[in-house]
Design a protein around this ligand. Structure first.
Ligand code: HEC
Ligand code: HEC
Length: 302
């Protein structure tokens, strides 16, 4: 049987159209209003917002690169060097022109939980929204009001200096399909320790190894990673022999509270700012983090 050329042509066109539209749907960001009218039923608590802010380490990346003295100024401009190039953190102070002062809760929620900007493009995962995706509604609302209560800065954002072809935001749609949506490590009903470690404090962003495309390799969750730039890296913090099996829960707690290991070494590198942020949390939160860390699956260092 010979096939009808017209049918073949129509079939091919349909295939191409389907392919293009499926690809387009896969890569385009899905900005949606996360909060509707029910937002008016929420109250907000700036004191809790401040705790969420420090637990999540927003200041570690968004502080003003020109001055770190009080008052807390989220003017950004800090360079984050990676294998993909250098990212400069944006101004997230409540300035109406150059910060996020015009944003409402939905713009904020889409950015922090989904990595989608108000104009509908993807953010780079150097902004750890992958971890923040399960941030609780109330925490997100409190965090928003805390940030909006800070001093505005008119500092203009510095463009990222990324290597070709990573500068194309649309390709992040594919990245998100590979690494963002299937984040199965975070359960829907986490304990306090799990919520702090996996969501707010994003420990995995430094302690879990990454794939070549910069996604977290969840099979090796928390088992230690070289940083993307291969500088030093973060050690294995699972209870494996090659990790922190010999540390008691109290050892982990003490380390998070004081920065001293059981051998009286002191914490260095990027862990220093994590520890100074965690110092703003109640002791019970640090105990919960220690309890959870000692309960994760033991995995050998790679
Ligand atoms: C590890 C560094 C890092 C941490 C931690 C971090 N961010 Fe960011 N953030 C970035 C980078 C880099 C970008 C720019 C991403 C891009 O251009 O795609 C960004 C972008 C943003 C934006 C978008 C700003 C704009 O003008 O579009 C917001 C809002 C934001 N971050 C808020 C937060 C909040 C709130 C926290 C804490 C819960 C936080 N960030 C923690 C690095 C970080
Ligand atoms: C911004 C990156 C980063 C984040 C986020 C981070 N860490 Fe670390 N962590 C490090 C680095 C780097 C070291 C190594 C410190 C050193 O060299 O002294 C470290 C060391 C540690 C150690 C000591 C392990 C050892 O064998 O000495 C523990 C325990 C630890 N981190 C737990 C955590 C926990 C729990 C979290 C989340 C609450 C966390 N870290 C978040 C980068 C990070």
């Amino acid at each position: 049987m010979t096939s009808n050329p017209r049918k073949v042509l129509i079939g091919s066109i349909l295939l191409v159209v389907t392919f293009v539209s499926v690809s387009y749907t896969l890569v385009t960001p899905k900005y949606k209003n996360i909060f509707g009218a029910e937002i008016s039923s929420f109250t907000h608590d700036i004191v809790n917002g401040e705790k969420v802010f420090y637990a999540s380490g927003c200041n570690s990346c968004h502080l003003d690169s020109d001055k770190s003295k009080p008052p807390l100024l989220l003017a950004g401009g800090l360079p984050l060097t990676t294998n993909f190039g250098t990212f400069y953190s944006p101004n997230i102070s409540p300035d109406k022109e150059n910060g996020i002062g015009k944003w409402g809760i939905n713009e904020f929620a889409n950015a922090v939980r989904n990595g989608i900007s108000p104009n509908g493009s993807h953010y780079f995962p150097s902004f750890p929204y992958n971890s923040y995706q399960k941030m609780a509604d109330q925490d997100l609302i409190d965090l928003f009001h805390f940030i909006m209560s800070l001093k505005p800065s008119g500092k203009v954002n510095k463009p990222h200096a990324l290597n070709f072809p990573f500068s194309f935001r649309i390709s992040l749609g594919i990245w998100k399909h590979l690494y963002f949506y299937p984040n199965k490590m975070i359960s829907n009903t986490p304990t306090r320790g799990e919520y702090l470690v996996e969501t707010l404090a994003h420990c995995a962003e430094c302690h879990t190894p990454r794939t070549r495309l910069g996604g977290l390799n969840m099979e090796k969750h928390l088992s230690g990673a070289k940083t993307l730039k291969n500088e030093g890296g973060a050690p294995n913090i699972t209870p494996h022999e090659t990790g922190i099996k010999n540390w008691t829960e109290l050892d982990v707690f003490n380390y998070l509270e004081t920065g001293f290991t059981p051998d009286f070494d002191s914490a260095g590198g990027q862990m220093v700012s994590v520890i100074s942020n965690l110092a703003k949390l109640p002791k019970e939160d640090l105990e919960e983090i220690a309890k959870y860390i000692k309960s994760v699956k033991p995995i050998a260092s790679n």
